[in-house]
Design a binder for this molecule. Structure first.
Ligand SMILES: O=C(CO)[C@H](O)[C@H](O)COP(=O)(O)O
Ligand SMILES: [Fe+2]
Length: 226
């Protein structure tokens, strides 16, 4: 059975107290850092200098989600900062294979993200170049949106292709993940779950992470037994 990982998104955290907010999620597998440039998505968050400070104080590894235009130009700098994982959007890259190789050669895991309406089929032959495929389960840009069930067939097709080829690519889902929707995403084949509002909106974020992990692990176990 593939391992269930819970990566809280700091998009829903208190941005003036990021260090304290990071320590509230020290039982997470990684912290998901949403970088938005107000071009690729209609929102602006934080850039490399702030990500570097987060990296310096975080008790868990960083999982950067770059929602930025010209990914080929900007993403390698995030890998140079020593981040565990850097994910760029396929829609923002001219040469995704080259970019994935560059991220790996700089020591980061390479992730590639797909917007909800971007099909996975054109990318199936390059999955071996990736450590992680991120299937967006909301339109990127904002936290707190509802999970799009229309993305579930794509998660299933990606999982079937990965299992069929024997390559060890993780499937991450991001957007609208709750204790209820995590079950459907896990049964479809995802194994890394990003949750912003479900974690930071809870009174006890660490307890929310434990509940999500229990629910995700139970669903993954059930799916592998079927
Ligand atoms: O990439 C993102 C938005 O573009 C965020 O990671 C995502 O929305 C997480 O927030 P929530 O769990 O509240 O949906
Ligand atoms: Fe994200």
């Amino acid at each position: 059975m593939t391992q269930c990982c819970i990566n809280p998104s700091i998009l829903s955290a208190d941005f003036v107290n990021l260090e304290g907010e990071l320590h509230r999620i020290s039982n997470a597998d990684a912290v998901h850092v949403d970088v938005m440039d107000n071009h690729f998505v209609p929102n602006l968050t934080l850039g490399l200098p702030v990500v570097q400070r987060i990296q310096a104080v975080s008790p868990v590894p960083l999982d950067a989600h770059l929602m930025i235009a010209e990914a080929d130009r900007w993403a390698p700098g995030f890998a140079d900062a020593g981040l565990a994982s850097v994910t760029f959007h396929a829609e923002a890259s001219i040469a995704p294979i080259k970019l994935a190789r560059e991220l790996r050669s700089r020591g980061s895991k390479a992730g590639m993200a797909l917007r909800p309406a971007t099909p996975v089929e054109p990318y199936l032959d390059m999955l071996s170049e990736l450590d992680m495929l991120l299937i967006m389960t909301v339109e990127p840009g904002f936290g707190g949106q509802a999970f799009l069930d229309v993305t579930l067939p794509k998660i299933r097709r990606a999982r079937a292709a990965i299992d069929g080829s024997g390559i060890g690519v993780a499937i991450q889902v991001d957007g609208g993940i709750t204790e209820e929707t995590i079950t459907r995403a896990a049964e479809a084949g995802a194994n890394i779950f990003v949750a912003g509002s479900a974690v930071y909106g809870a009174d006890d974020p660490a307890a929310a992470i434990d509940r999500l992990r229990n629910e995700g692990t139970r669903s993954l176990r059930q799916a592998s037994a079927e």
